[in-house]
Design a protein around this ligand. Structure first.
Ligand SMILES: NC(=O)c1ccc[n+]([C@@H]2O[C@H](COP(=O)([O-])OP(=O)(O)OC[C@H]3O[C@@H](n4cnc5c(N)ncnc54)[C@H](O)[C@@H]3O)[C@@H](O)[C@H]2O)c1
Length: 339
């Protein structure tokens, strides 16, 4: 059999947004399956590599390489930059590309805009975790603490997956961001929307989405969890160890999540063990772990590169099947003879 060198195909943010907006259930299913395949050991997932800058302390770029088997059989890498100061200048915090590699030849065959993939897989994972912990798609009150781009993607997934929500509470250090988010909820048809000036009022919700850019814990009082909410701790660093220790803790991959000064990492440093981590989303999906109704539950997913690969490969197939994407013939030397 003769191997052929592939063309490289480029997909834009618009290409990818189109397929995700058309079928968020399928996006969640791609995420669900990738958790299960990863859990079965049918993946390779080196630790994410963090590039930090000597003179730009808030900024970073992260490389997430990986391989996902199962029905995906795809390798690749997401390269995502986070510059929190961008938003004040009118452009998003995160920018990213995803490279997909063919597992037969190793060749990269696709280059995808990946900020949309990254935000979508994060939101899909969040709503999947919420559904597992709550036992359905109903939350009387939902709070968004940090109402930026990731929160907005969670809003869209909750809406399109037809979650039953009575009321919303919003809190953001930037009141304008909370107000804009409130308008988007109103456009979705929500009526009961409160912009809170005290973060504790927002925390009083049944389902709390934490999507700030806090670098250090700013929530320390375990009484904030006394009403036993489900907390989706997407920003990973908001909660002090006191809150972590007061809750049932679920993550995506314990080895990955207990790093990089996440709240889970700080709690390990304080306690000297990982015993307070109850399990993973895959444990919930397979029935090995159940929600403890006596405590709050915190789902803090570190964000696994296999999710980007799964959603990216699924989006690639959809776009290319519909005749989309831009192919670049001759991107790679094809003869195998190079000077
Ligand atoms: N776990 C994952 O897999 C994953 C994936 C992607 C992004 N994230 C994280 O999600 C977070 C949000 O990302 P984004 O793209 O929406 O950022 P963004 O800059 O668009 O929005 C962040 C919002 O949080 C607000 N904020 C900052 N500090 C706050 C605080 N202490 N309290 C309340 N509000 C605060 C900001 O004003 C802003 O409106 C980031 O921390 C990012 O690293 C996690």
């Amino acid at each position: 059999m003769t191997l052929t060198v592939p063309d490289l195909t480029v997909l834009t943010a618009a290409d990818i947004s189109g397929v995700i907006e058309a079928d968020r259930e399928a996006c969640v299913e791609a995420v669900r399956l990738s958790y299960l395949w990863h859990d079965e050991g049918d993946s390779a997932l080196p630790h994410s590599s963090f590039l930090r800058f000597p003179h730009r302390h808030r900024d970073r770029a992260i490389a997430l390489p990986g391989y996902l088997g199962g029905g995906a059989d795809v390798a690749g890498i997401k390269w995502i930059a986070s510059f929190p100061g961008n938003t004040a200048q009118g452009i998003p915090r995160a920018s990213a590309v995803l490279v997909l590699n063919d597992v037969g030849t190793g060749y990269p065959y696709a280059l995808l805009e990946a900020s949309v993939i990254s935000a979508s897989r994060t939101a899909a994972s969040a709503v999947l975790g919420a559904e597992q912990l709550i036992g359905g798609r109903r939350a009387p009150t939902v709070a968004f603490i940090g109402t930026g781009l990731i929160a907005d993607h969670v809003r869209r997934f909750l809406r399109d997956l037809k979650w039953d929500v009575d009321a919303y509470r919003l809190y953001d250090l930037d009141p304008a961001a909370a107000a804009t988010f409130g308008t988007a909820l109103k456009d979705d048809g929500a009526e009961d929307i409160t912009v809170c000036t005290d973060i504790a009022d927002a925390m009083a919700a049944d389902l709390v989405v934490l999507a700030t850019v806090a670098g250090e814990p700013h929530l320390h009082d375990p009484a904030l969890l006394a009403h036993r909410p489900v907390v989706l701790h997407l920003s990973l660093r908001d909660l002090g160890p006191e809150l972590v220790l007061a809750a049932q803790n679920v993550t995506d991959d314990i080895d990955h999540a207990v790093r990089e000064r996440t709240s889970l990492h700080l709690t390990v440093q304080q306690t000297g063990n990982r015993d307070f981590v109850d399990g993973t989303l895959a444990d919930l999906l397979t029935g090995r772990l159940r929600r403890d109704p006596e405590r709050a539950a915190i789902f803090a997913p570190f964000g696994l590169g296999v999710l980007d690969l799964a959603v990216g490969a699924w989006a690639f197939e959809q776009v290319v099947a519909a005749g989309g994407g831009r192919s670049i013939p001759g991107f790679f030397p094809s003869s195998g003879v190079t000077s």
